[in-house]
Design a protein around this ligand. Structure first.
Ligand SMILES: Nc1ncnc2c1ncn2[C@@H]1O[C@H](COP(=O)(O)OP(=O)(O)OP(=O)(O)O)[C@@H](O)[C@H]1O
Length: 261
């Protein structure tokens, strides 16, 4: 059984006895995992390579449905419904629960159109409203000053760190409730990494955040809660400072002190 602290605050998501099996796998890759995700907080998922962090993260907006044969079990509750339900509208779900990938994925179009993309999908056609929301999102993603004079330029001309902030602007433009970050800085230099970390922390006011990271220092710097995973299971979920200073589980302690990795 995992050691899970009581999350005193409201929950953004609740994972209950969740299982996930990749197509062709002989046993579940995520096993009976139960975990609350606090609202308006940052939850980091840490653990050795292959323990299932990304698999769990991608389950929160059903990214695995893009490939056939994967199967889910148990429940992930979001706004009083189980998002694993077959009737779930996946387009709406991915607007409410957005994702930022490891490698910045600017679309091959202008900076403006990248951010307007989801807004147009939502049916917003009014030019002034589009302009206002694109500007606001770029400001909130701390990239407005750098791009305001070249909104019509191809987004692929931006640096890696700028493209990642553009991806964050695109994700927040549609006002999601949850944002999933999958190793968002692993392809970036230290200065861009610091910028993205600062941005992630500033977004906590408006969205609930889950971040997968290989970097324990990063988890310690940005998150409120940390979940340590091992072999497809959650071992411990705690307040970040407590988990790193006084872990309750021996496995957590061994991992954070570098006894295995
Ligand atoms: N597309 C896939 N098809 C089949 N098995 C997969 C697939 N992706 C991951 N797995 C397996 O699922 C398990 C969990 O992998 P996952 O990528 O979620 O781990 P992780 O903790 O995110 O690892 P890393 O830190 O290396 O990114 C591993 O055993 C992995 O081999």
């Amino acid at each position: 059984m995992a050691t899970i602290i009581d999350i005193a605050t409201e929950k953004a998501l609740e994972v209950k006895n969740f299982e996930f099996t990749y197509a062709g796998a002989h046993e579940p890759n995520i096993k009976k995992l139960t975990m609350p995700i606090a609202k308006h907080s940052i939850t980091a998922l840490i653990g050795p390579s292959g323990c299932g962090k990304t698999t769990l993260l991608r389950s929160f907006n059903r990214m695995h449905d893009l490939y056939p044969g994967n199967s889910y079990g148990g429940e992930i509750l979001f706004k009083d419904r189980n998002i694993l339900d077959a009737k779930e509208d996946l387009i709406k779900l991915r607007i409410q629960i957005g994702m930022i990938f490891q490698k910045p994925t600017a679309f091959p179009m202008s900076i403006f159109d990248n951010v307007a993309y989801g807004l147009r999908l939502q049916g917003i056609k009014n030019k002034t409203e589009l302009q206002d929301r694109v500007e606001k999102s770029l400001q909130d993603a701390a990239i407005w000053q750098e791009v305001k004079d070249r909104l019509k330029h191809d987004a692929n001309g931006l640096s890696g760190g700028q493209q990642q902030r553009l991806c964050i602007a695109r994700a927040i433009a549609v006002e999601p409730e949850v944002l999933l970050f999958d190793e968002p800085t692993s392809a970036l230099d230290p200065i861009s990494t610091a910028g993205i970390e600062e941005l992630v922390v500033s977004l906590r006011e408006r969205v609930s955040i889950i971040i997968v990271t290989h970097n324990m220092q990063q988890a310690a710097r940005v998150s409120d809660y940390t979940g340590f995973m091992y072999l497809g299971e959650l071992v411990e979920l705690g307040r970040t400072e407590e988990l790193f200073v006084t872990p309750k589980e021996r496995l957590t302690e061994e991992y954070i002190t570098g006894k295995f990795g």
